[in-house]
Design a protein around this ligand. Structure first.
Ligand SMILES: Cc1ncc(COP(=O)(O)O)c(C=O)c1O
Length: 423
């Protein structure tokens, strides 16, 4: 399998992988709960859970059944369908800012539509994002992520975007630094359409007052505030980061966990802003074209309805938060015997280990950490039978991670640390 894949896939991956020992790249064959198996029959505890899109667990019978039943009556109509309406109603009742919604097929589409909509509505050109943030595969989503910008200016670094113009149209600010953000917004306000933020920036919690401050500044400056809740949506709380951190944006983008592993994305906001995609405005200057062939297909929507039903059970978020809290505590304990200083980041069912002695509040603090060691640790964990993406060091937990998986993980984590310390 590895040889066959090697002849086809650049870097022996379908994107963002970077496993150095290419003879051990897992080609996944199956998944069940929090575990997966590769084509050689090797079993792994999954600590990436399809980059967080499988929050309930692999091959969950309820989600599988819902999708299967929907598929029996047709897999895609590229039009309003009954599952889409039911899902839209659910999200509107859950998400603080959603009055109107549209479905797409990925998080990338959802954030891209939010940005385009903000530009059309305001007639302004620039977007502000936070250094190091990822908002999907469109140019603005990547700017100043692959490589950080030069701090002397707020112009984005366009590395990895394939779009040199992002230097001009994207401005960047340091996450968790409200004063710098305020002055960059003020400087650019006449040309700034929107601020897009991951409320939990990668794995970094917002400091007290940062998100509410951002809400206030954007409101005062006539700039649209977009929450990229592709990661935080339905994960930190049913109402996502909006509910969890108590701040309401103008527009929100969802993806990942919403689909229970099926491809989905959604964007929504107030009736007034979302009217920008209304085809009645077709050909008017402030109209935004929005159409996604497989967006809102009944199979993904049925899977999403089943996912939300499971997450709506009272114990789900208690379990996810307890799991994440215990997980961060245990790895902190294991790492305490290390000589290398470290920080354990995260919130809810998310965790990340960063080797640095300084508190990490933004991507620049993270960029100066010992990333080589983080990368080595991830690589070694894969050898020990833990699946994750070694490019980042973020780990995703799910409702399927039980005591057994956690105990096994901690043993493997301790072994992996010992092994890399011998290198
Ligand atoms: C915060 C954030 N936004 C957007 C995206 C893009 O989502 P997708 O990969 O579904 O296009 C991602 C993907 O990792 C993400 O982490």
């Amino acid at each position: 399998m590895i040889q066959r894949a090697k002849s086809l896939f650049p870097g022996l991956s379908n994107g963002e992988f970077g496993i150095i020992d290419q003879s051990s790249v897992p080609i996944i064959q199956s998944g069940d709960g929090a575990r997966i198996k590769d084509s050689n029959g090797k079993a792994y505890i999954d600590m990436t859970m399809a980059w967080g899109s499988v929050l309930i667990g692999h091959a969950n019978p309820v989600i599988r059944e819902a999708a299967f039943n929907a598929a029996k009556s047709g897999t895609n109509f590229a039009a309003l369908n009954t599952q889409m309406v039911e899902l839209g109603e659910k999200i509107a009742s859950i998400s603080p800012c959603v009055e109107k919604i549209r479905f797409v097929a990925s998080g990338t589409e959802a954030t891209m539509l939010c940005l385009r909509l903000a530009r059309s509505i305001t007639g302004k050109n620039k977007i502000l994002k936070f250094e190091g943030a990822y908002h999907g595969q469109h140019p603005e989503g990547i700017a100043s992520m692959v490589a950080l910008n030069d701090r002397s200016s707020a112009k984005a670094n366009s590395s990895g975007t394939g779009a040199p113009w992002t230097k001009e149209n994207v401005v960047v600010a340091p996450f968790n630094d409200l004063e710098s953000t305020r002055s960059i917004i003020k400087e650019n306000a006449s040309d700034l359409a929107a601020v897009i933020v991951e409320p939990l920036h990668r794995c970094l919690k917002p400091v007290d007052g940062f998100l509410s401050g951002l809400r206030q500044i954007t409101q005062d400056s006539g700039v649209i505030l977009i929450f990229d809740e592709v990661v935080t949506g339905f994960r930190l709380a049913l109402g996502g980061a909006q509910e969890y951190y108590g701040v309401k944006p103008d527009l929100v983008a969802y993806g990942k966990a919403l689909g229970g592993g099926f491809p989905i994305g959604a964007f929504g906001g107030s009736e007034e802003i979302m009217d920008g995609v209304n085809e009645n405005r077709y050909s008017k200057l402030n109209y935004t074209w929005s159409a996604s062939t497989t967006g809102g297909n009944p199979v993904s929507c049925a899977a999403a309805i089943a996912t939300i039903n499971i997450l709506s059970e009272q114990q789900s978020y208690e379990q996810l938060h307890r799991l994440g809290g215990d997980f961060r505590e245990q790895i902190t304990e294991i790492l305490a015997s290390e000589d290398e200083p470290f920080q354990v980041l995260g919130d809810g069912p998310l965790a990340q280990v960063v080797f640095t002695d300084k508190p990490v509040n933004n991507s620049r603090d993270w960029a100066v950490a010992n990333r080589k060691k983080g990368h080595q640790l991830m690589q070694q964990l894969i050898k020990e039978g833990v699946f994750l993406n070694p490019m980042g060091t973020k780990m995703y937990l799910s409702l399927s991670h039980g005591i057994k998986e956690m105990e096994e993980f901690f043993d493997k984590f301790a072994c992996a640390l010992k092994s890399i310390n011998k290198l």
